[in-house]
Design a protein around this ligand. Structure first.
Ligand SMILES: [Zn+2]
Length: 410
């Protein structure tokens, strides 16, 4: 629900109304007011003003259908094995972001029929960064071990300073069990602190702690990073706050827990059906009970990208063709090799349609056949996590030809 008083109201929000809840789903507001530097709320409000101005000048932004790819670098900062989350969970998190922002999450169909026409694909997708700020190869994630307290946000940022947010979305995965699931840095943050933080227990899916184990903390926080506010407008239960989005119903306060699809939930601000949009990613429902963004939210995110993160529109750090031009030479490439499980395969230009992938061990035994692997641009991913260590031969069949690759699993 759109009203125009939000920037002023936001400045005054300090209350924490979560005492009865076992967790604080998101501490973005608290971080801005209590932990970021003193000018953060002013910068945030000023940045938000520019975003809304852009949106007024581009009222059809939500109707554009050009996919934007945002390069992601994960910074895993940890104390011990509990926080040393495997890269497979980072890839799961990336997949969840792509599904949720692409509107092809398997639970999207639970979205009430009344809101299906105004929700779904935001045309924002995410890719692992493969070129670091120095121009070198990276697999898209970095690990930093420290003995420092990682519930202290400044420690997170000083241990692993963020990469240039004009080229990267920084996602810190921090070992902290304070009851906070994550937070996003305020708009206009210093570059080394610009991004989102997900606590280690809530990143990805496998081994994550229920009911926040479907990767939706990441979806929610990246929504903030792209300019979205909480759907209830952070007004402490009143109906006066706004999320600056016209197609989300007015809502009094956050919604916790989970309820069956199509449950109509009303409150003082939306007293009649269809009620409040408790299944929106920017509410506080359990992971299993949030599954949609609206077109209005999409437009606001596009406005944020165009206004304060325009470098992302032309960032090439997901691509390796420029860096490894001589190596590509018409042949597919697989990275990293050796791998601990996940393997990214880049196809050469003109050969991006893959019909089959067959993986053989060195005795010639067929390990797996994958029909039409889902590709993102010119790349697709293979998961050798369950394979024994050793050398594998990968046959890739396109409509025109067949390629052979080797990859080492260690
Ligand atoms: Zn939040």
């Amino acid at each position: 629900m759109k009203k125009f008083t939000l920037p002023l109201l936001l400045l005054g929000v300090t209350a924490i109304a979560y005492a009865q809840q076992p967790v604080l789903r998101c501490s973005t507001t608290e971080f801005m007011h209590n932990h970021a530097d003193a000018n953060a709320p002013v910068r945030h409000a000023e940045t938000q003003r520019r975003i809304l101005q852009w949106l007024e000048q581009h009222p059809d932004a939500g109707n554009t259908r050009t996919t934007i790819y945002i390069p992601v670098i994960f910074h895993v900062v940890y104390n011990n094995t509990q926080g040393n989350v495997p890269s497979t969970r980072l890839i799961e998190q990336l997949d969840v972001l792509n599904e949720d922002f692409g509107g092809y999450n398997s639970d999207y169909a639970n979205t009430p029929a009344v809101w299906q026409p105004i929700s779904g694909n935001t045309d924002i997708q995410f890719c692992l960064a493969h070129v670091d700020p120095q121009g070198n190869w990276t697999n898209g994630y970095q690990y930093y071990q420290t003995s420092a307290n990682l519930c202290n946000s400044s420690t997170i940022f000083s241990t692993a300073p963020g990469w240039n947010p004009n080229n990267y979305l920084n996602i810190w995965v921090a070992q902290c069990s304070s009851g906070i699931l994550g937070f996003a840095s305020p708009l206009g943050s210093p570059p080394t602190q610009d991004g989102v933080v997900i606590m280690h227990e809530y990143v990805g899916k496998t081994g994550a702690v229920a009911p926040y184990n479907l990767g939706r903390t990441g979806t929610h926080e990246v929504g903030h990073w792209l300019g979205l506010a909480h759907i209830w407008g952070n007004d402490g239960g009143a109906c006066s706050g706004s999320d600056n989005v016209a197609d989300t119903p007015n809502q009094a306060d956050n919604t916790f827990n989970c309820r069956p699809p199509n449950t109509v939930l009303t409150d003082a601000c939306s007293p009649a059906a269809p009620g409040i949009m408790w299944m929106n990613y920017m509410d506080y429902s359990d992971d299993a009970c949030m599954y949609m963004f609206t077109q209005g939210q999409k437009a606001l995110m596009l406005a944020t990208i165009n206004t304060v993160r325009p470098g992302l529109l032309t960032s090439t750090v997901c691509q390796v063709t420029g860096m490894r031009e001589n190596d590509l030479s018409g042949q597919p490439q697989a990275f990293p090799s050796p791998t601990q499980g996940l393997l990214t395969v880049w196809m050469p230009d003109g050969q991006t349609e893959v019909k089959y992938v067959r993986i053989y061990n060195t005795t010639g035994a067929l390990m797996e056949v994958i029909a039409a692997p889902s590709t993102s641009g010119n790349r697709f991913e293979l998961d050798l996590t369950t394979y024994p260590a050793g050398l594998y031969l990968i046959a890739i069949e396109t409509p025109e030809t067949r390629f052979m690759l080797r990859a080492m699993r260690n």
